[in-house]
Ligand binder design. Structure first.
Ligand code: C2G
Length: 131
């Protein structure tokens, strides 16, 4: 049982998020998604449209996702890897080389997947505001 873990805010869910779930899940047998809490979003300098409980419910409903856990801080990743017996941590390649992830290679395989072009939560908000 190869267990995959990915992290994110996953607000205003879009194709880019679905692509990463689908590709991450295809790398193993079980996908855990750590969804950023509203409090952690503040630390990340992000404000989501949907509060955590709704983002959790939406991500849990996706067939590629087996478990959703809260992402509450930058420091929990090694514990997450140990607690959930994670083999591979997957992120979009905007995180490749980041010191937020590089140190994890001592604890799990790290895979960075190409981001989906042309879509982001920020773009959705901007496009809607410009209507
Ligand atoms: N993503 C993607 N393609 C896009 C948009 C996002 O592949 N067009 C990926 C990102 O690379 C990330 C995931 O989808 O791996 C979630 O993106 P966000 O919700 O923006 O999450 P982020 O703010 O990057 O949070 O501790 C890590 C952070 O919680 C990651």
């Amino acid at each position: 049982m190869k267990r995959i873990l990915t992290y994110g805010t996953f607000d205003l869910l879009h194709e880019g998020h679905i692509n990463i779930f689908k590709k991450a899940r295809a790398l193993g047998d079980y996908l855990i998604v750590a969804v950023s809490t509203d409090e952690f979003n503040k630390i990340k300098g992000k404000e989501s449209y949907y509060p955590y409980e709704q983002r959790k419910k939406i991500v849990e409903s996706i067939r590629f996702v087996d478990l959703v856990i809260p992402e509450e801080n930058w420091e929990q990743k090694i514990d997450d890897i140990k607690t959930y017996k994670v083999d591979v941590v997957v992120m979009g390649d905007d995180w490749a080389g980041s010191d937020r992830f590089d140190y994890l290679k001592e604890h799990a395989e790290l895979v960075f997947l190409p981001r989906t072009d042309g879509i982001s939560t920020t773009k959705i908000k901007e496009d809607l505001n410009n209507k």
